[in-house]
Design a protein around this ligand. Structure first.
Ligand code: COA
Length: 354
């Protein structure tokens, strides 16, 4: 039977590291609040002009090298992002051109923080169906486009300018602080390959969506429900910036991630002690600690990197995977549980045998 294995991974972290204290220059927040409530200590931001496809390309090149293949081997691209370079086309086509791939099909998928797990299920299904043998799966995001502060505020925050925000700008930036402090930019990619080797590859993917609660985390403006789809009034209201009911999302995330993990483990008759590693979406360290405790997973089996990168949405799980693989924490025969929750609402849990 043909199965899909993760054969290599790569990632790209943009150069500009921004600490919590730097954010506090342009809004009413503090290092202490952000660390305590979310676990985030810093995040990285791209410089103006970099697109999500650019982060994806660098990550993909590293994943291709790591897998020991060439770009010509790739016969399918799946690009997961909620922050594409353009409204259309999606980032997959741009990545295909920049990498010089053959004219292979490129899917763009937008399941936000669960994009990687949805993409992995798609890659697995394509491989099992015999439609593809080598899939490039990318998760990348540039959240800086959501940030509400002005160009002058940016310079001040980064320590490159000496004009502080006006009281009005400071208040405007503070309005979005519960959201903006959590996110960072990053790209990560994996190469998923067909194998006929027994007992390897994606064991099972469990995916769920519940659109009923979509308005707990969404972008109210700049969509085609509006005519025109974007206008200055929407920007004035701040409708281009996501709305997030943090407490509701926190509750849904913990409930769903615990339930999905238990469901995928039960239906595959896998016990926690048989897992080598658990990689959880990095939205809030407290969410993950709660899930870890409820599931009874020891610290030694859980990796976090939210303190360094914040929430990088579709990139979190492949980024963790890449760090784990390069640190020798992902080795042949290991059974790894991947679990995520995000806007949609979407959530899922995937079991992978390395
Ligand atoms: N800095 C300082 N204070 C802040 C702040 C910030 N960045 N953001 C919010 N606050 C304040 C609030 O204004 C509020 O003040 P008040 O009590 O005077 O009204 C107080 O902190 C508590 O706010 P609350 O929203 O209740 O905090 P919380 O403990 O729920 O933490 C989140 C907020 C956003 C960190 C938390 O709800 C969360 O992580 N939720 C899930 C978000 C998520 O996972 N999103 C992505 C899904 S993929």
């Amino acid at each position: 039977m043909t199965r899909a294995v993760i054969a290599g991974s790569g990632s790209e972290i943009p150069p500009t590291r921004v600490s919590n204290a730097m954010l506090a220059r342009v809004m009413d927040t503090s290092d202490e609040w952000i660390r305590e409530r979310s676990g985030v200590e810093a995040r990285h931001y791209v410089e103006r002009g970099t697109g999500t496809s650019d982060l994806g390309v660098v990550a993909a090149r590293r994943a291709i090298d790591h897998a020991g293949i060439t770009p010509a081997d790739i016969d399918l691209v799946v690009f997961a992002t909620m922050t594409p370079d353009h409204f259309f086309p999606g980032a997959g086509a741009l990545l295909q051109a920049k990498l010089g791939l053959r004219e292979v099909p490129c899917f763009d998928i937008r399941q936000q923080c669960v994009g990687f797990l949805y993409g992995l299920q798609l890659a697995d299904a394509q491989i099992r169906a015999g439609l593809a043998r080598t899939v490039l799966l990318v998760g990348a995001e540039i959240h800086t486009g959501f940030m509400p502060w002005t160009a002058t505020n940016w310079e001040y925050m980064l320590g490159r300018g000496d004009v502080p925000p006006t009281p009005e700008e400071f208040a405007w930036n503070t309005r979005f602080r519960h959201l903006t402090v959590l996110f960072g930019d990053a790209g990560a990619a994996v190469v998923v390959r067909a194998t006929e080797e027994p007992r390897r590859g994606v064991v099972d993917s469990l995916l769920h969506t519940s659109g009923a609660e979509y308005d707990k985390l969404y972008v109210p403006g700049t969509g085609f429900k509006h005519r025109p789809y974007t206008d200055p009034e929407q920007f004035k209201r701040g409708d281009h910036i996501p709305v997030m009911d943090g407490r509701a999302v926190f509750k849904m995330a913990t409930t769903s991630m615990i339930a999905a993990s238990q469901e995928v483990l039960t239906r595959n008759e896998v016990r926690i002690d048989e897992l080598s590693l658990v990689l959880m979406h990095q939205a809030n360290k407290r969410i993950n600690e709660y899930c870890q405790k409820a599931l009874g997973i020891p610290d030694s089996k859980v990796l976090h990197n939210i303190e360094r990168y914040g929430n990088t949405t579709a990139a979190t799980i492949p980024l963790l995977w890449d760090e784990a693989a390069r640190a020798g924490r992902v080795t042949a025969g290991d059974l790894v549980l991947l679990v995520a929750f995000g806007a949609g609402m979407n959530w899922g849990a995937t079991l992978v045998r390395v």
